[in-house]
Design a protein around this ligand. Structure first.
Ligand code: ATP
Ligand code: MG
Length: 419
């Protein structure tokens, strides 16, 4: 037997209702906020991520599934959704359309990471992007969408943390201060941080190595270096969240793993997700579209990790409705009645009723056992006398009551019962 690739997971029919709950809640919430779905390819030219995610990020440096296709082009399985959406926005000329542009996505993403709970090589994201609006309302709208999604899932213990990482102007001063602070500690830091020191010192704050974490604990804070405009913007975002009663905590150590962020960054964190506590992360990235050759278009968005959300839903015991089972199981006793049951099923399905018919040619007793197992709401039995009557014996599996129902009236009967 060939094994499943490391860091990937099957979703079995018995657990898929959990994914339906996630996906339906995501779609419903996004649509309440008037975001429309966008679908982009699973793979893109490698250059897109190198440019769009940034070549000092862990994703681009270590985690990408990159290969040459048969035409010798370097392609990469998408490690995240934002770069593809930005490419689609530019490539399809959507910048000329109505603004703001608001899109959401439900995708699988691929990163070559060390697999552990909440960290896979193929994982799934629900994300949203809002382009064209630079003001604090857009940041607040995106955070509010993320917050509503988590609340609609029934989660109560997920906490919002926000920060501002400023713009190019204020970050220049901040980078200087960071370098001054880190320089004397450089030889105690990990190899990655040594190269971050030159390329992007702020990324050191995101390092997960214990040794580096200890040093960064006392590092200068970006909030003390914000320029007047960035400070005002952050104040407005906070004011809107307060007004909307969205609770948050300012966490000055959030910098986010991707290079393209500016100003607002945020994470929703849950203790229930264990070491991988961040279930949803996002922020503003006003510089992204410009790096892809578009004129500057302000942008803000987020992405939520579905596998981590499932862990939190389980830990919080969030209620998840099971998928609706089969409405009616059609049992046949012999060849002729089995055929009749088969035809009845076709009639019922035309009327939009979900039903199942015996495909195993089992005894009536075994058919009832099976119907019970799959949670069929009704079982309609067809035998010799039923064939003669052109009626089925319909048993309510909840209370075992049974009734004779004309074949021609079966669909209407089941529909009536459903209401
Ligand atoms: P982390 O710091 O945990 O590595 P990240 O900063 O790399 O996260 P993002 O790129 O912001 O994560 O992705 C958004 C969300 O996607 C994360 O908050 C997380 O919930 C989820 N996620 C990221 N990488 C993985 C992975 N390898 N497996 C499962 N979920 C993931
Ligand atoms: Mg990561």
């Amino acid at each position: 037997m060939v094994n499943i690739p490391k860091g990937t997971k099957d979703v079995l029919p018995s657990e898929v209702y959990l994914w339906h709950r996630l996906e339906e809640t995501a779609r419903k919430t996004a649509e309440q906020f008037a975001f429309q779905e966008i679908r982009t390819p699973v793979f893109e030219y490698t250059e897109l991520f190198a440019r769009g995610v940034g070549d000092t990020s862990d994703i681009v440096n270590k985690e990408m599934y990159t290969f040459l296709d048969k035409g010798g082009r370097s392609v990469t399985l998408r490690p995240e959704g934002t770069a593809g959406v930005a490419r689609a926005f530019i490539g399809n000329g959507l910048a000329g359309g109505a603004m703001p542009f608001k899109a959401y996505y439900l995708i699988s993403a691929f990163r070559y990471e060390r697999p552990q709970a909440g960290r896979l090589r193929e994982f799934h994201q629900f994300g949203a992007e809002l382009y064209g609006a630079s003001g604090a309302y857009a940041d607040a709208e995106i955070i509010s969408l993320a917050d509503s999604f988590l609340k609609n899932l029934g989660l109560k213990e997920v906490k919002l943390q926000i920060n501002s990482i400023g713009c190019k102007t204020c970050r220049k001063e901040y980078h200087k201060a960071l370098k001054e602070f880190f320089a004397p500690h450089l030889n105690e830091m990990c190899e990655d941080c040594k190269s971050r020191f030159d390329k992007n010192p702020m990324r050191i704050l995101d390092c997960k190595e214990e040794g580096c974490k200890k040093i960064t604990a006392n590092a200068p804070r970006i909030l003390d270096y914000l320029c007047e405009d960035c400070r005002a913007h952050f104040g407005e975002v906070r004011g809107l969240l307060d007004a909307a009663h969205i609770a948050y905590e300012v966490n000055p150590s959030i910098v986010r793993g991707l290079d393209y962020y500016s100003r607002t960054v945020f994470e929703f964190v849950s203790a229930a997700a264990g070491a991988q506590g961040t279930v949803l992360g996002g922020g503003r990235y006003d510089g992204l579209l410009e790096t892809m050759g578009e004129k500057a278009v302000p942008a803000v968005g987020f992405a939520a990790g579905m596998e981590r959300l499932l862990m939190v839903m389980a830990a919080e015991n969030a209620p998840v409705p099971q998928d609706k089972g089969v409405a009616c199981y059609l049992a046949g006793l012999d060849g002729a009645s089995r055929t009749q049951a088969f035809l009845l099923a076709a009639e019922l399905r035309k009327e939009g009723i979900s039903c199942e018919v015996d495909l195993m040619e089992r005894s009536l007793k075994a058919q009832f056992k099976y119907a019970d197992k799959i949670g069929a709401r009704y079982v309609a039995v067809v035998g010799e006398s039923e064939l003669k009557d052109r009626a089925a014996e319909v048993k309510d599996m909840k209370n075992s009551a049974s009734e004779r129902v004309k074949f021609a009236e079966l669909a209407a009967y089941l529909k009536e019962k459903e209401n």
